[in-house]
Design a protein around this ligand. Sequence first.
Ligand code: 0X9
Ligand code: ZN
Length: 313
Amino acid sequence: AFSLDNFNRVNDIYNWLRTVSQSTACQGKCSLFDLPKNSYEGRPLRGIKIGTPKPGTTKPAIWVDAGIHAREWIAPASALYFINKLITDYNTPDVKFMVDTYDWYILPVANPDGYEYTHTQDRMWRKTRSKQSYSCYGVDPNRNFNFHWGESGTSQYPCAETYGGKRAFSEPETQAMRDFIYSKRHIIKTYISLHSYGNYWLTSWGYTRNLPSDYQELLNIAKKGSDAILSVRGQSYSFGSAGVLLYPAAGGSDDWAKGKAGIKYSYTIELSPGDQTSDRWYGFNLPASHIPRVGEDLFKGLKVVAEAVEEKL
Ligand code: 0X9
Ligand code: ZN
């Protein structure tokens, strides 16, 4: 059964999304959306839009996805925690500001086939589940977008964890994200992709160590987000460009959002693998008891992003 304090199966998540979208707290502010394609195995790519209607105006939007990588369970769980906050805490000034100012498009499970596979077969699966060769499955969705596709940090071997695919956008999951986000690129002001793990707030570029020309602006907001997270319970996030702070890796969703869809503020957040204040790091296998804490960190981080980006609109 579904619980916000646990790691849920895809069907339970989709049922919960339907229930909350029809709840009185959500009245008039929420609707479900499906991306224009299903996953390789036929699952819907389902998200929720949350925002106070402002008839006659075009509201700015913030996109948040999670679970591009199947095994990074804290990302979908934190996205659901965030969704629940936006719905149930509308009577607080922070949430009221966030929901009145923006339409939030939140896709909690961007790779549902892989996510289910981590529940049923292999906890450490990362990729999609499309058949690639006689015995190898899956493409790394975060190497499959078409901005500098195939250039760095990506493998050409179908059996590899970071296989970029036969071609850019070989996967229905990445095609679906592309088509949906691109069609809304003029209203989406911020792109956020939730991953784990490592306590990083990453800007573009990810494909190179070179920095985008507006890096300082991106970095200022990443710093604000990291500072906000630090203030919740002392988790310290490093901020900087993905290519410098981690490693150059091309074909990521964040670089595509910025480089192709023109969404200026594009970030990948590598959520926490544990609790720095108690020295316990669990990696991908973070116990479910951490969901509320990481969820609260994320909420505070995204709140300051919402504030900081609003000043630039
Ligand atoms: O390598 C990745 O795809 C991300 N790290 S993870 O451990 N979650 O796999 C980082 C992606 C950063 N962005 C780009 N390289 N574009
Ligand atoms: Zn990841």
